[in-house]
Design a protein around this ligand. Structure first.
Ligand code: FAD
Ligand code: DLZ
Ligand code: SF4
Length: 511
């Protein structure tokens, strides 16, 4: 009997995958492929490609050990058609299969390519998430605003995570974010960072292939340390819970020069590829809190990121539809400055975040939101160019999660679906949460003139140029009152200085 093909994509490396559950080990063939269509739809960071290829190869071996027949195409296979539909068709010719099944990809581009390809693929829902599309639509339906906090509370009730028996949240508070805003600690070092893994033979072969093929691209492969299989990802989870989670809550928003990881989980890369699942990760945090090893604000804060933010962001992507990544509600059109690729800027905060990103394909949330994202929004950068940058540079970036975070949360290009107000700040916020300003050639206390922090200038410039849209937003009224209280000369100087910074950006001059 001729079986079907079961497509497993690079970010579907989970044992409990809907397409595998629907398939048969006796008759079906799993198809996995390293293809240029996926490595090149944006020029992904080589570290991300290396991570995925090594993890894909090991997962293929794992599936074979589990009794599956797996047809795996490597990037350097001379017969490789270099597209997922092409590889499915080739597999169909080789096996005689006339049907293919798969799990819904996390990107509209690939969903259409599979549905409209030469061998149509029947897609099953990706149920590795807590909230399916129908549940999210039902939650969103009829609401004026899609606030994450309300969604999160539903997810807490639904999972029972950190809930008392009487249906109340543990500690009688849903959200401990207020306790999670401590500035950078003095004594932090990378010793507190993630568990690092020596590349084994499979990973080394992939690193050689990626270096040869993508060596000219932006991003470094040196010192590659990601786990590339599930046992490694589980060790990384244990390490995070024991070493960093106790302090995760307190220092979640802090930024320190030379310490890119602080007490963050560095688990999104594994979660998004399918090496870890949301439930086991949340249960590990809950257990650590119940055992008294982790304070409540840390466990709650972490669980909120996973069953709150992560699920909410995915819900928004699929609810809003394929045009979402193209939105540009504020009409921003400035080109992405070169320093996003080179780190060659006098703004120490930006240079730090971009350098860490080049080296690690990682930056933590506040660096992404309040440094590189904040600058993009203040400077009026084209949100599609900003979004493409984020999709390229981070090892955890896939469109379902990257796009609502960038187009929505960070650039306000969705007009307020994800956030009720734009995440903008002047240099003061960065100064409070980091040691960056101490090492900067700009002065964070200087509000105008030579050497004034560009974030300070562009903050007011942004508010002024978008007054019509934002001045009636109650959450921004205070900012406009402060601006309006400044004397007119000062306001004129700020705008002129802001114009000068923007003109320098446009001229490609160093900022
Ligand atoms: P931690 O800070 O330790 O958080 C724990 C986990 O919570 C993460 O592993 C992640 O799975 C989840 N999480 C937290 N916040 C979010 C969020 N807003 N959306 C989704 N999951 C979240 N996350 C991605 O996974 N991929 C992206 O491409 C991505 N792009 C982003 C772009 C911008 C502009 C911003 C502001 C945020 C982005 N995020 C993205 C969210 C967040 O920054 C990363 O999930 C986080 O930095 C990953 O590192 P960590 O594992 O150390 O996370
Ligand atoms: C990101 C990525 C890359 C770089 N390469 C591959 C690949 O060669 N083969 C594959 O199956 N998947 C790859 N991926 C992941 C896909 O791009 C991902 O499945 C879609 O973007 C949907 O999330
Ligand atoms: Fe960044 Fe301004 Fe601080 Fe410099 S002074 S590090 S540009 S916030």
């Amino acid at each position: 009997m001729v079986g079907r093909l079961i497509l497993v994509l690079g970010d579907q490396l989970s044992d409990d995958l809907s397409a595998l559950r629907e398939g048969s080990k006796d008759t079906d063939t799993v198809v996995m492929a390293e293809v240029r269509a996926e490595t090149d739809y944006v020029a992904h960071h080589p570290r991300k490609i290396a991570f995925l290829f090594a993890a894909m190869r090991k997962h293929a071996d794992h599936l074979r050990r589990e009794g599956w027949t797996v047809r795996y195409t490597t990037l350097d296979d001379p017969e490789n058609t270099h597209s997922i539909p092409g590889e499915l068709l080739r597999a169909a010719h080789a096996t005689g299969a006339t049907e293919a099944i798969g799990t819904e990809p996390g990107e509209f581009r690939l969903i259409s390519a599979l549905e409209d390809g030469p061998l149509p693929v029947h897609l099953f829902p990706d149920d590795r998430f807590l909230c399916d599309h129908t549940t999210f639509e039902a939650w969103a339906g009829g609401r004026k605003e899609l606030r994450m906090e309300w969604f999160y509370r539903d997810m807490r009730r639904r999972t029972g995570l950190m809930m008392d028996a009487d249906g109340r949240p543990a500690g009688d508070k849903w959200n401990y974010d207020h306790d999670n805003r401590k500035p950078a600690p003095d004594d932090v070092s990378d010793a507190d960072g993630p568990l690092k893994f020596e590349p084994d033979e499979t990973t080394q072969a992939v690193l050689d292939l990626v270096r040869t093929t993508f060596g000219n691209r932006y991003g470094s492969l040196d010192g590659f340390w990601f786990a590339t299989d599930r046992p490694g990802a589980l060790k990384a989870l244990d390490h995070f819970v024991a070493r960093s989670l106790p302090k995760f809550g307190d220092f979640q928003d802090a930024m320190v020069t030379g310490a890119p990881f602080l007490y963050h989980a560095i688990l999104s890369v594994y979660l998004n590829a399918g090496l870890l699942g949301w439930r086991e990760v949340c249960e590990a945090a809950e257990r650590a809190w119940k055992d008294g090893n982790v304070p409540i604000n840390a466990a709650e804060g972490f669980i909120r990121q996973i069953i709150g933010w992560r699920e909410y962001i995915r819900g928004v992507y699929f609810l809003e539809g394929p045009d979402y990544p193209q939105r540009n509600e504020l009409g921003h059109s400035r080109d992405l400055p070169d320093f996003y690729w080179t780190a060659e800027t006098d703004m120490h905060c930006v240079a730090e975040c971009v350098t860490a990103t080049m080296e690690e394909a990682y930056a933590h949330h506040i660096q992404r939101l309040m440094v590189t994202g904040n600058f993009g929004l203040l400077a009026g950068l084209d949100p599609q160019q900003v979004s493409e940058w984020y999709l390229i540079v981070y090892a955890d970036a896939y469109e379902w999660v990257e796009s609502p975070n960038v187009i929505g949360m960070s650039q306000f290009a969705d007009g307020g679906v994800v956030g009720s107000k734009p995440y903008v700040s002047g240099g003061n916020y960065i100064n409070r949460m980091s040691d960056y300003c101490k090492h900067c050639s700009y002065s964070v206390t200087k509000k105008t003139g030579d050497g004034a922090c560009p974030f300070n200038l562009l903050y007011w410039h942004f508010l002024d140029r978008h007054r019509d849209r934002f001045q009636s937003n109650p959450r921004m009224a205070q900012m406009y009152r402060t601006w309006d209280r400044m004397d007119e000369d000062r306001r004129r100087t700020v705008i002129a200085d802001g114009d000068r910074i923007l003109a320098r950006l446009d001229a490609g001059e160093r900022v």
